[in-house]
Design a protein around this ligand. Sequence first.
Ligand SMILES: Nc1ncnc2c1ncn2[C@@H]1O[C@H](COP(=O)(O)OP(=O)(O)OP(=O)(O)O)[C@@H](O)[C@H]1O
Length: 316
Amino acid sequence: MTIASIKGIVKRYKDQIALDYVDLDIHEGEILGLLGPNGAGKTTLIQCLMGIIPFDKGVIQLFGEEGAVFHHENKKKMGLVTQEITVFEELTAKENLEFFAGVYGLKGEEKKQRVKEALEFVGLSSKAKQSPNKFSGGMKRRLNIACALTHRPKLLIMDEPTVGIDPQSRNHILDAVRKLKEQGTTILYTTHYMEEVQSIATRVVIVDQGQVISEGTVDELIKNIQHEEKIFIDVNDVSTIPIERLRGLEGVKQVQVSGSVVQIISNAGAGNLDRALSIVKETSGVVGIQAEKPNLEDVFLTLTGKQLRDGEDDPS
Ligand SMILES: Nc1ncnc2c1ncn2[C@@H]1O[C@H](COP(=O)(O)OP(=O)(O)OP(=O)(O)O)[C@@H](O)[C@H]1O
């Protein structure tokens, strides 16, 4: 089932086009990684999807409905973890959760129970009575996530939830996202850290300059750009390797020897590398093999001609 469907959305800020005919479907039960550099339009897309800002063109369907979809019942099925941490510093962690649970109409015993569960879920039960102004950035972020969970949304939207936080909290958040998926929550996870997308997303949409430039599973995206494979084989005796025979193999593009290492580049697929490796093994002992595969960064580079995170810090 499609939880949300975005069709031909255009959003302009004066002369600036932030979303340029974007199409995007979010399927039930997936973790959809929305990957794009700063300014790509990710936050704008989320704000349109949540009905927070109007858009100039296009249609959004939510939970199978069309038309006036941004009514209260649908909004109660969504949870948003905003890019900026939005918690009340002067309230305790528990009071923050009680406030947001109240906004979503939870009351009495149910509210109490959900607040308790949310605190446990993000590992902040022992800090329930403390104010977030004493928390680290990562703890604040975890509280922020808990605030979006008390009403058990069907669709959880997270806008760059790991920017600028410590690795321990980051891992905690990634684990929590996986756990939520197992419990049946659909998640739209926005980031410009490709490592995160690679580790948690079931499907990826890459956006750049307000446009969707590619989508698929991580493997599919990599396969689309993967024209070559490269392996480095460290051998016992390089003099015994039949270099010309390797070069003559179908699909093999280049064979080079450097010290005790034979480097083979071949066209992707069709077992080219396997055949080359068998020949090497026939003629010499093999000490080690190293393969080089493209990653999402390479996908992005191929599609846009630029690095995904120019000048950005590594999250880990
Ligand atoms: N309120 C606004 N007024 C004018 N321009 C805006 C506004 N909000 C966003 N933009 C512009 O729209 C484009 C998309 O911005 P958006 O914040 O959606 O990107 P993003 O992918 O979320 O980037 P970031 O990771 O930096 O938040 C950018 O060029 C941005 O400068």
